[in-house]
Structures are given as structure tokens and as C-alpha cells.
Design a protein around this ligand. Structure first.
Ligand code: CDT
Length: 311
């Protein structure tokens, strides 16, 4: 064993959560995976995006109904408290994605980092919301994130816990290089994220193998180019007939996949993440302070699209 700084990192992929599944039953599955992660030597475990319910943005329902059935007005609640209790009991930190309803009834696609003491030490609200807000009557299902959620208002921040600097994001964010770079510029060492990626693209005819391929490429390229570990957890399998990709993965700062799920069910993968490995990349090829040229990157913050100024 070397003397490198490290953290035991686990990803707990979640198989299908059907409409009929209760929050309590999902929380039981998550707690069981926390125990398995701990038994493998993990210090921190990553759960998926919107982990507590089915991926409801696929259904055309009113905001009020969605709030009532799928959003959390408090965290923890009576139903989610067992996760926080398990964190304390096991001495295990975790990342969890859920639908957040604020006191003034605003909806966000949110994730939190919880310490091994059971305290929420970081919160993120999803910034890159995919999909649409209108009813696509001819589509096989909807992707209504733009209807149910507001664009996150907390930015891409980093959080120090368990002697590691974590960054976090959610699903579609993982495809955008700006997500990781903004966190890496704040010294992120490990980026954690959850996702729900439907196997069918309702917008164009994308072969299913590309859905998995572009997911992995995004994790690998951004891990390498920012010298960070990336741990990504899927909710996957067939939820009431709607299939979503698996391939949850832990990627090293080399860009290599060090662990990847083989099922589309509840499954824990883990590794001991050497944090000094990332530091090496950030000191050399990606020494930001030495080599970046922000004076040539201005368009990144001045434009959203080709030739399009920020509205
Ligand atoms: N949940 C989420 O962000 N899913 C998107 C699907 C994009 S297709 C509308 C993803 O990037 O995986």
C-alpha cells in the first residue's frame, strides 16, 4: 500500500422503480446497498438522480399532481430518514438525487451530499435541463424536465467533506464540459452524479448503443481533461415498460473506467480512488494556472449557441 490520499468510492445503481413502488420500499433498497458498499470498504456511496420514485418526467400530468406524488417538501422526511440513520450507523457519506419542492412551491431537480454524521453538507440544483415543457402527443413518452423543474440557481459548487473536495451534478449536466471545468477550477477532486437516461431518444432516431457510448465518453473525457474521479450512478432497467440504460461507472482521472455495472438492477460497484492520481494530472498536462488561456475563451460565457448572444 502506498501513502497516497484515497477514498473508498462506491456507486449504488438502482434498477427499475415502478409507479406502484412506495418511497419506503425504495429507501429499503438504498439502505441495503449502503450496507454492501460499506462491507466493500467504501467511505462514500453515490445514488441516482430522482432516486426515490419512478422517472416521472415521462408522464404528462399537472405540476400539482407531480408535486403531490413525486416531490420532497422536506429532506430528510420520515420516509427518507433511514438513509441518514444508516449513514451515521455505518460512517458512510452519500450523494442522493431527488425532486425538491421549496416552501414557495418551486420545483428543482436536486442532489445533496450527506456526511457520515448524517448532515447535509452540500446541495445542487440541476442546471442543464433536457427535454421540453409542451405535450408531445405523438411521442412514445414525454421528457418534461423543462415543465416540472426550474433551472438550478445554486451554480456548480464544490463541497469539502471526508477530507475530499467533491463536485456534483445531475444527468444531462454530465455531457457538458463546462460543468466539470467550473468545478475543477474550484479544486474538485471527485465529481459525483446520478442519471436517468431513456434508451429511446424521442427527438431523433438514435441507436440505443449510442446512448451508452455517449454517456461513457462524456464521463471519460471530462475525468481526464479535469484530473478528477467521476462516479456516475444510473436508475435503469424497465420502469413500467420504459427502458433506461445502465452502465453506471467509476472513471479515474486517467479517463479509464475502473468499475462498471453489468446488470440493469440494483448493483454496487466500488474502488479505492487514489486522489493523488488526479493531482498529478492537474500539476502537469492540466496545470490550469500555467496553461489555460481564458482570454481566448470569452465566447463561452458570452454566447449560448452559434452566434447567439445570451438572451
Ligand atoms: N435525466 C436526464 O437528464 N436525461 C437525459 C436524457 C436526454 S434525452 C432528452 C440525459 O442526458 O441522459
Amino acid at each position: 500500500m502506498n501513502n497516497h490520499r484515497s477514498i473508498g468510492l462506491a456507486v449504488a445503481q438502482l434498477g427499475a422503480v415502478h409507479l406502484a413502488d412506495s418511497r419506503a420500499s425504495v429507501v429499503r433498497r438504498l439502505v441495503e446497498m449502503m450496507r454492501e458498499a460499506k462491507s466493500r470498504g467504501a467511505d462514500f456511496v453515490v445514488f441516482p438522480e430522482l432516486a426515490l420514485t419512478t422517472f416521472f418526467p415521462r408522464y404528462w400530468i399537472t405540476e400539482e399532481e407531480a408535486h403531490e406524488r413525486y416531490f420532497e417538501a422536506t429532506m430528510p422526511s420520515e420516509e427518507t430518514r433511514p438513509l441518514f440513520d444508516a449513514a451515521r450507523e455505518l460512517g458512510l457519506g452519500f450523494y442522493l438525487g431527488y425532486a425538491e419542492l421549496t416552501e414557495d412551491k418551486r420545483g428543482f431537480n436536486t442532489s445533496i451530499i450527506v456526511s457520515p454524521q448524517g448532515e447535509i453538507v452540500g446541495k445542487y440544483r440541476k442546471i442543464h435541463l433536457p427535454g421540453h415543457s409542451d405535450h408531445k402527443v405523438d411521442a412514445p413518452f414525454q421528457h418534461l424536465e423543462k415543465k416540472f423543474f426550474e433551472v438550478g440557481d445554486l451554480g456548480f459548487r464544490v463541497f469539502d467533506t471526508q477530507s475530499v473536495r467533491f463536485g456534483m451534478c445531475l444527468c444531462n449536466d454530465r455531457r457538458w464540459p463546462e460543468t466539470y471545468r467550473v468545478m475543477a477550477l474550484q479544486g474538485a477532486e471527485v465529481v459525483v452524479l446520478g442519471y436517468n437516461t431513456p434508451s429511446v431518444n424521442i427527438h431523433w432516431n438514435e441507436p440505443v448503443h449510442l446512448r451508452t457510448s455517449t454517456h461513457l465518453i462524456s464521463l471519460q473525457a471530462n475525468a481526464y481533461q479535469n484530473g478528477v474521479w467521476v462516479a456516475a450512478s444510473a436508475k435503469c432497467g424497465s420502469e413500467d415498460g420504459h427502458h433506461m440504460i445502465g452502465s453506471s461507472a467509476i472513471v479515474a482521472p486517467t479517463g479509464e473506467i475502473v468499475a462498471r455495472t453489468v446488470t440493469e438492477e440494483d448493483e454496487v460497484i466500488s474502488t479505492r480512488a487514489d486522489l493523488d492520481l488526479g493531482a498529478m494530472f492537474r500539476e502537469h498536462v492540466f496545470n490550469f494556472a500555467k496553461h489555460r488561456r481564458p482570454e481566448h475563451y470569452k465566447l463561452i460565457t458570452e454566447r449560448t449557441g452559434v452566434g447567439a448572444p445570451i438572451a
